[in-house]
Design a protein around this ligand. Sequence first.
Ligand SMILES: NC(=O)c1ccc[n+]([C@@H]2O[C@H](COP(=O)([O-])OP(=O)(O)OC[C@H]3O[C@@H](n4cnc5c(N)ncnc54)[C@H](OP(=O)(O)O)[C@@H]3O)[C@@H](O)[C@H]2O)c1
Length: 329
Amino acid sequence: MAGAAECGWFGSFLCFLGAATALCYLLKWSWRTWQGFQVYVLSKIWRTDLREYGQWAVVTGSTAGIGRAYAIELARRGLDVVLISRSQDKLRRVADEIESRYGRKTRVIQADFTEGHSIYPAIEEQLKGLEIGILVNNVGMNYAGMLVNFLDVPDPEKRITEVINCNILSVTQMSRMILPQMVERRKGLIINMSSEAGSQPQPMLTLYSATKIFVTYFSRCLHAEYQPRGVTVQCLTPFIVSTNMTHNIEVNPLVKSASSFARDALSTVGYSSFTSGCITHALQHIALTIFFPGWLRLSPFCVRRVEKFAQESKQQIEERMAQCQKKQE
Ligand SMILES: NC(=O)c1ccc[n+]([C@@H]2O[C@H](COP(=O)([O-])OP(=O)(O)OC[C@H]3O[C@@H](n4cnc5c(N)ncnc54)[C@H](OP(=O)(O)O)[C@@H]3O)[C@@H](O)[C@H]2O)c1
Protein backbone atom coordinates (compact mmCIF):
# COMPACT_ATOMS: atom_id res chain seq x y z
CA MET A 1 0.00 0.00 0.00
CA ALA A 2 2.75 2.45 1.12
CA GLY A 3 4.80 1.48 -1.99
CA ALA A 4 1.85 2.27 -4.33
CA ALA A 5 1.28 5.67 -2.65
CA GLU A 6 5.00 6.51 -2.95
CA CYS A 7 4.95 5.49 -6.66
CA GLY A 8 1.88 7.70 -7.27
CA TRP A 9 3.57 10.68 -5.63
CA PHE A 10 6.78 10.15 -7.63
CA GLY A 11 4.78 9.74 -10.87
CA SER A 12 2.96 13.04 -10.26
CA PHE A 13 6.27 14.75 -9.56
CA LEU A 14 7.72 13.44 -12.85
CA CYS A 15 4.58 14.58 -14.72
CA PHE A 16 4.92 18.05 -13.19
CA LEU A 17 8.62 18.20 -14.12
CA GLY A 18 7.85 17.11 -17.70
CA ALA A 19 5.04 19.66 -18.06
CA ALA A 20 7.20 22.48 -16.59
CA THR A 21 10.09 21.64 -18.99
CA ALA A 22 7.72 21.50 -21.99
CA LEU A 23 6.23 24.86 -20.95
CA CYS A 24 9.71 26.42 -20.63
CA TYR A 25 10.66 25.25 -24.15
CA LEU A 26 7.32 26.41 -25.55
CA LEU A 27 7.78 29.88 -24.02
CA LYS A 28 11.42 30.05 -25.21
CA TRP A 29 10.60 29.08 -28.80
CA SER A 30 7.49 31.31 -28.89
CA TRP A 31 9.64 34.23 -27.72
CA ARG A 32 12.34 33.45 -30.33
CA THR A 33 9.75 33.13 -33.09
CA TRP A 34 8.25 36.50 -32.11
CA GLN A 35 11.72 38.09 -32.07
CA GLY A 36 12.50 36.55 -35.50
CA PHE A 37 9.19 37.86 -36.83
CA GLN A 38 10.05 41.35 -35.58
CA VAL A 39 13.62 41.31 -36.92
CA TYR A 40 12.98 39.79 -40.35
CA VAL A 41 9.33 40.59 -41.18
CA LEU A 42 8.09 43.65 -39.24
CA SER A 43 11.42 45.43 -39.85
CA LYS A 44 10.65 45.54 -43.58
CA ILE A 45 7.33 47.30 -42.93
CA TRP A 46 8.38 49.74 -40.17
CA ARG A 47 11.91 50.72 -41.13
CA THR A 48 14.18 52.80 -38.94
CA ASP A 49 14.88 56.16 -40.56
CA LEU A 50 18.66 55.90 -41.01
CA ARG A 51 19.01 59.66 -41.59
CA GLU A 52 18.30 60.14 -37.88
CA TYR A 53 21.83 58.95 -37.08
CA GLY A 54 23.55 61.76 -39.00
CA GLN A 55 24.30 63.10 -42.47
CA TRP A 56 27.19 60.85 -43.56
CA ALA A 57 27.80 57.12 -43.72
CA VAL A 58 31.32 55.70 -44.04
CA VAL A 59 31.68 52.29 -45.70
CA THR A 60 34.98 50.38 -45.82
CA GLY A 61 35.55 47.98 -48.75
CA SER A 62 32.86 49.71 -50.76
CA THR A 63 33.70 49.17 -54.45
CA ALA A 64 32.35 45.62 -54.75
CA GLY A 65 30.19 43.00 -53.08
CA ILE A 66 28.42 43.66 -49.79
CA GLY A 67 30.21 46.98 -49.14
CA ARG A 68 29.17 48.44 -52.50
CA ALA A 69 25.61 47.23 -51.94
CA TYR A 70 25.54 48.87 -48.48
CA ALA A 71 26.89 52.16 -49.88
CA ILE A 72 24.22 52.23 -52.58
CA GLU A 73 21.40 51.25 -50.20
CA LEU A 74 22.48 53.90 -47.67
CA ALA A 75 22.45 56.54 -50.42
CA ARG A 76 19.02 55.30 -51.53
CA ARG A 77 17.84 55.83 -47.94
CA GLY A 78 19.04 59.43 -47.94
CA LEU A 79 22.61 59.47 -46.60
CA ASP A 80 25.75 60.97 -48.11
CA VAL A 81 28.48 58.37 -48.38
CA VAL A 82 32.25 58.16 -47.85
CA LEU A 83 33.67 55.24 -49.81
CA ILE A 84 36.95 53.60 -48.78
CA SER A 85 38.78 50.95 -50.85
CA ARG A 86 42.08 50.36 -52.64
CA SER A 87 41.29 51.27 -56.22
CA GLN A 88 40.73 54.92 -57.17
CA ASP A 89 39.06 53.96 -60.47
CA LYS A 90 36.53 51.66 -58.84
CA LEU A 91 35.87 54.21 -56.07
CA ARG A 92 35.14 56.91 -58.65
CA ARG A 93 32.77 54.58 -60.53
CA VAL A 94 30.69 53.79 -57.42
CA ALA A 95 30.73 57.45 -56.33
CA ASP A 96 29.50 58.59 -59.77
CA GLU A 97 26.73 55.98 -59.68
CA ILE A 98 25.57 57.18 -56.23
CA GLU A 99 25.67 60.86 -57.21
CA SER A 100 23.83 60.40 -60.49
CA ARG A 101 21.21 57.87 -59.32
CA TYR A 102 20.43 59.17 -55.84
CA GLY A 103 21.68 62.75 -55.87
CA ARG A 104 23.68 62.22 -52.67
CA LYS A 105 27.13 63.67 -51.94
CA THR A 106 30.11 61.33 -51.89
CA ARG A 107 33.76 61.38 -50.87
CA VAL A 108 36.32 58.76 -51.75
CA ILE A 109 39.33 57.69 -49.73
CA GLN A 110 41.94 55.40 -51.20
CA ALA A 111 43.44 53.10 -48.57
CA ASP A 112 44.74 49.57 -48.32
CA PHE A 113 43.72 48.07 -44.97
CA THR A 114 46.33 45.29 -45.19
CA GLU A 115 49.03 47.92 -44.60
CA GLY A 116 48.30 48.26 -40.87
CA HIS A 117 48.62 51.26 -38.54
CA SER A 118 50.21 53.68 -41.02
CA ILE A 119 47.01 54.36 -43.03
CA TYR A 120 44.77 55.67 -40.23
CA PRO A 121 46.10 59.25 -39.74
CA ALA A 122 45.41 59.99 -43.45
CA ILE A 123 41.89 58.52 -43.23
CA GLU A 124 41.21 60.54 -40.06
CA GLU A 125 42.39 63.72 -41.77
CA GLN A 126 40.04 63.17 -44.73
CA LEU A 127 37.04 62.51 -42.46
CA LYS A 128 37.56 65.73 -40.43
CA GLY A 129 34.50 67.96 -40.20
CA LEU A 130 31.95 65.38 -41.37
CA GLU A 131 28.95 64.49 -39.21
CA ILE A 132 29.24 60.71 -39.42
CA GLY A 133 26.05 58.96 -38.36
CA ILE A 134 26.84 55.47 -39.63
CA LEU A 135 30.09 53.52 -39.94
CA VAL A 136 30.01 50.22 -41.82
CA ASN A 137 33.12 48.17 -41.04
CA ASN A 138 32.69 45.89 -44.01
CA VAL A 139 36.17 45.34 -45.42
CA GLY A 140 37.41 41.79 -44.98
CA MET A 141 39.39 39.14 -46.78
CA ASN A 142 39.83 35.42 -46.75
CA TYR A 143 43.14 33.69 -45.97
CA ALA A 144 43.06 31.93 -49.33
CA GLY A 145 40.36 31.94 -51.97
CA MET A 146 39.39 28.41 -50.93
CA LEU A 147 39.45 25.93 -48.06
CA VAL A 148 43.11 25.31 -47.10
CA ASN A 149 45.27 24.19 -44.18
CA PHE A 150 46.91 27.00 -42.22
CA LEU A 151 50.38 26.53 -43.77
CA ASP A 152 49.23 25.90 -47.34
CA VAL A 153 49.35 29.45 -48.73
CA PRO A 154 52.28 31.16 -50.46
CA ASP A 155 54.20 33.32 -47.95
CA PRO A 156 52.04 32.61 -44.87
CA GLU A 157 53.99 35.10 -42.72
CA LYS A 158 52.94 38.04 -44.94
CA ARG A 159 49.42 36.73 -45.50
CA ILE A 160 48.69 36.32 -41.76
CA THR A 161 49.60 39.97 -41.12
CA GLU A 162 47.49 41.14 -44.06
CA VAL A 163 44.40 39.22 -42.95
CA ILE A 164 44.69 40.38 -39.33
CA ASN A 165 45.23 44.01 -40.42
CA CYS A 166 42.30 43.90 -42.81
CA ASN A 167 39.77 41.93 -40.74
CA ILE A 168 40.63 42.97 -37.16
CA LEU A 169 42.72 46.15 -37.06
CA SER A 170 40.42 47.96 -39.53
CA VAL A 171 37.33 47.35 -37.36
CA THR A 172 38.99 48.46 -34.13
CA GLN A 173 40.83 51.49 -35.54
CA MET A 174 37.88 52.80 -37.58
CA SER A 175 35.62 52.44 -34.51
CA ARG A 176 38.19 54.21 -32.33
CA MET A 177 38.32 57.03 -34.88
CA ILE A 178 34.59 57.65 -35.35
CA LEU A 179 33.04 56.62 -32.02
CA PRO A 180 34.02 59.82 -30.09
CA GLN A 181 31.89 62.14 -32.29
CA MET A 182 28.97 59.71 -32.03
CA VAL A 183 29.27 59.64 -28.23
CA GLU A 184 29.42 63.43 -28.19
CA ARG A 185 26.17 63.66 -30.19
CA ARG A 186 24.71 60.71 -28.23
CA LYS A 187 23.73 59.24 -31.60
CA GLY A 188 25.34 56.82 -34.02
CA LEU A 189 25.38 53.38 -35.58
CA ILE A 190 28.38 51.13 -36.20
CA ILE A 191 27.74 48.05 -38.35
CA ASN A 192 30.45 45.39 -38.17
CA MET A 193 30.59 42.59 -40.74
CA SER A 194 31.42 39.32 -39.03
CA SER A 195 30.44 35.99 -40.61
CA GLU A 196 28.64 32.71 -39.99
CA ALA A 197 32.17 31.25 -40.32
CA GLY A 198 32.89 32.90 -36.95
CA SER A 199 29.83 31.44 -35.21
CA GLN A 200 31.53 28.07 -34.75
CA PRO A 201 35.22 27.12 -35.11
CA GLN A 202 35.83 26.28 -38.77
CA PRO A 203 38.91 24.18 -39.66
CA MET A 204 40.33 24.89 -43.17
CA LEU A 205 39.08 28.48 -42.71
CA THR A 206 41.08 28.76 -39.49
CA LEU A 207 42.41 32.32 -39.63
CA TYR A 208 39.31 33.77 -41.28
CA SER A 209 37.01 32.09 -38.77
CA ALA A 210 39.17 33.30 -35.85
CA THR A 211 39.23 36.91 -37.10
CA LYS A 212 35.44 36.86 -37.44
CA ILE A 213 34.80 35.67 -33.88
CA PHE A 214 37.00 38.60 -32.82
CA VAL A 215 34.65 40.93 -34.75
CA THR A 216 31.62 39.32 -33.10
CA TYR A 217 32.92 39.63 -29.54
CA PHE A 218 34.30 43.13 -30.14
CA SER A 219 30.95 44.30 -31.52
CA ARG A 220 28.80 42.76 -28.81
CA CYS A 221 30.97 44.12 -25.99
CA LEU A 222 31.18 47.57 -27.61
CA HIS A 223 27.39 47.61 -27.98
CA ALA A 224 26.98 46.82 -24.28
CA GLU A 225 29.41 49.62 -23.35
CA TYR A 226 28.10 52.37 -25.66
CA GLN A 227 24.39 51.71 -26.08
CA PRO A 228 23.68 53.64 -22.85
CA ARG A 229 25.53 56.58 -24.48
CA GLY A 230 23.32 56.50 -27.56
CA VAL A 231 25.51 54.46 -29.95
CA THR A 232 24.28 51.19 -31.42
CA VAL A 233 26.84 48.61 -32.55
CA GLN A 234 25.27 46.01 -34.79
CA CYS A 235 27.10 42.77 -35.58
CA LEU A 236 26.14 40.88 -38.75
CA THR A 237 26.93 37.21 -39.31
CA PRO A 238 25.92 36.50 -42.92
CA PHE A 239 26.03 33.08 -44.48
CA ILE A 240 26.85 32.93 -48.23
CA VAL A 241 26.41 36.07 -50.32
CA SER A 242 27.29 36.02 -54.02
CA THR A 243 30.36 38.29 -54.35
CA ASN A 244 33.97 38.15 -55.57
CA MET A 245 34.89 36.54 -52.24
CA THR A 246 32.56 33.62 -52.99
CA HIS A 247 33.57 33.61 -56.70
CA ASN A 248 30.17 35.01 -57.69
CA ILE A 249 28.39 31.76 -56.85
CA GLU A 250 24.88 31.56 -58.35
CA VAL A 251 22.14 33.20 -56.31
CA ASN A 252 19.52 30.73 -55.05
CA PRO A 253 17.12 30.54 -52.09
CA LEU A 254 20.07 29.93 -49.74
CA VAL A 255 22.63 32.26 -51.36
CA LYS A 256 21.75 35.97 -51.37
CA SER A 257 22.78 38.59 -53.89
CA ALA A 258 24.73 41.45 -52.29
CA SER A 259 22.04 44.04 -53.02
CA SER A 260 19.22 41.94 -51.60
CA PHE A 261 21.34 41.12 -48.52
CA ALA A 262 22.17 44.80 -47.90
CA ARG A 263 18.50 45.77 -48.26
CA ASP A 264 17.33 43.12 -45.77
CA ALA A 265 20.20 43.64 -43.35
CA LEU A 266 19.78 47.43 -43.21
CA SER A 267 16.11 46.93 -42.39
CA THR A 268 17.10 45.02 -39.22
CA VAL A 269 18.72 48.19 -37.80
CA GLY A 270 16.82 49.21 -34.68
CA TYR A 271 15.43 45.68 -34.28
CA SER A 272 18.56 43.65 -33.52
CA SER A 273 22.18 44.31 -32.61
CA PHE A 274 23.31 40.76 -33.46
CA THR A 275 21.80 39.14 -36.51
CA SER A 276 22.39 36.97 -39.58
CA GLY A 277 20.97 39.88 -41.60
CA CYS A 278 18.18 38.03 -43.41
CA ILE A 279 15.72 35.26 -42.69
CA THR A 280 17.22 32.56 -44.96
CA HIS A 281 20.63 32.99 -43.34
CA ALA A 282 19.07 32.93 -39.86
CA LEU A 283 17.34 29.63 -40.67
CA GLN A 284 20.57 28.15 -42.06
CA HIS A 285 22.33 29.22 -38.85
CA ILE A 286 19.75 27.38 -36.72
CA ALA A 287 19.97 24.24 -38.90
CA LEU A 288 23.79 24.21 -38.81
CA THR A 289 23.91 24.74 -35.04
CA ILE A 290 21.64 21.72 -34.57
CA PHE A 291 22.97 19.35 -37.25
CA PHE A 292 26.62 20.42 -37.57
CA PRO A 293 27.75 21.54 -34.08
CA GLY A 294 31.29 22.69 -33.19
CA TRP A 295 32.41 19.33 -31.76
CA LEU A 296 31.50 17.59 -35.04
CA ARG A 297 33.27 20.18 -37.22
CA LEU A 298 36.42 19.77 -35.10
CA SER A 299 36.39 15.94 -35.18
CA PRO A 300 39.22 14.25 -37.16
CA PHE A 301 36.57 12.52 -39.30
CA CYS A 302 35.02 15.80 -40.41
CA VAL A 303 38.34 17.56 -40.93
CA ARG A 304 39.46 14.68 -43.21
CA ARG A 305 36.18 14.94 -45.16
CA VAL A 306 36.58 18.71 -45.59
CA GLU A 307 40.21 18.24 -46.71
CA LYS A 308 39.07 15.67 -49.29
CA PHE A 309 36.31 18.00 -50.49
CA ALA A 310 38.83 20.87 -50.76
CA GLN A 311 41.17 18.71 -52.88
CA GLU A 312 38.37 17.56 -55.17
CA SER A 313 36.99 21.05 -55.72
CA LYS A 314 40.39 22.81 -56.02
CA GLN A 315 40.56 22.87 -59.81
CA GLN A 316 36.97 24.04 -60.22
CA ILE A 317 37.51 26.86 -57.69
CA GLU A 318 40.76 27.94 -59.36
CA GLU A 319 38.88 28.23 -62.67
CA ARG A 320 36.15 30.30 -61.01
CA MET A 321 38.78 32.54 -59.36
CA ALA A 322 40.41 33.15 -62.75
CA GLN A 323 37.01 34.05 -64.26
CA CYS A 324 36.28 36.45 -61.36
CA GLN A 325 39.69 38.07 -61.75
CA LYS A 326 39.06 38.61 -65.48
CA LYS A 327 35.60 40.07 -64.76
CA GLN A 328 37.03 42.54 -62.19
CA GLU A 329 39.70 43.71 -64.66
N1 LIG B 1 30.44 37.05 -49.36
C1 LIG B 1 30.08 36.30 -48.35
O1 LIG B 1 29.51 35.21 -48.51
C2 LIG B 1 30.33 36.75 -46.93
C3 LIG B 1 29.78 36.00 -45.90
C4 LIG B 1 30.00 36.40 -44.60
C5 LIG B 1 30.73 37.54 -44.33
N2 LIG B 1 31.29 38.24 -45.35
C6 LIG B 1 32.05 39.45 -45.01
O2 LIG B 1 31.52 40.55 -45.71
C7 LIG B 1 32.56 41.50 -45.99
C8 LIG B 1 32.54 41.85 -47.47
O3 LIG B 1 32.73 40.66 -48.22
P1 LIG B 1 32.47 40.58 -49.79
O4 LIG B 1 32.11 39.17 -50.05
O5 LIG B 1 31.58 41.67 -50.21
O6 LIG B 1 33.96 40.83 -50.32
P2 LIG B 1 34.46 41.22 -51.79
O7 LIG B 1 33.44 40.95 -52.80
O8 LIG B 1 35.80 40.55 -51.93
O9 LIG B 1 34.66 42.81 -51.70
C9 LIG B 1 35.63 43.33 -50.90
C10 LIG B 1 35.62 44.86 -50.96
O10 LIG B 1 36.65 45.32 -50.10
C11 LIG B 1 37.63 46.02 -50.84
N3 LIG B 1 38.92 45.59 -50.33
C12 LIG B 1 39.44 44.35 -50.36
N4 LIG B 1 40.63 44.33 -49.77
C13 LIG B 1 40.88 45.60 -49.36
C14 LIG B 1 41.95 46.21 -48.69
N5 LIG B 1 43.03 45.54 -48.34
N6 LIG B 1 41.87 47.52 -48.41
C15 LIG B 1 40.79 48.24 -48.79
N7 LIG B 1 39.74 47.71 -49.41
C16 LIG B 1 39.78 46.40 -49.72
C17 LIG B 1 37.41 45.64 -52.31
O11 LIG B 1 37.69 46.71 -53.18
P3 LIG B 1 39.10 47.00 -53.88
O12 LIG B 1 39.54 45.74 -54.51
O13 LIG B 1 38.77 48.11 -54.85
O14 LIG B 1 39.98 47.48 -52.80
C18 LIG B 1 35.92 45.41 -52.31
O15 LIG B 1 35.26 46.65 -52.43
C19 LIG B 1 33.85 40.84 -45.52
O16 LIG B 1 34.19 41.33 -44.24
C20 LIG B 1 33.51 39.37 -45.45
O17 LIG B 1 34.31 38.70 -44.52
C21 LIG B 1 31.10 37.88 -46.66
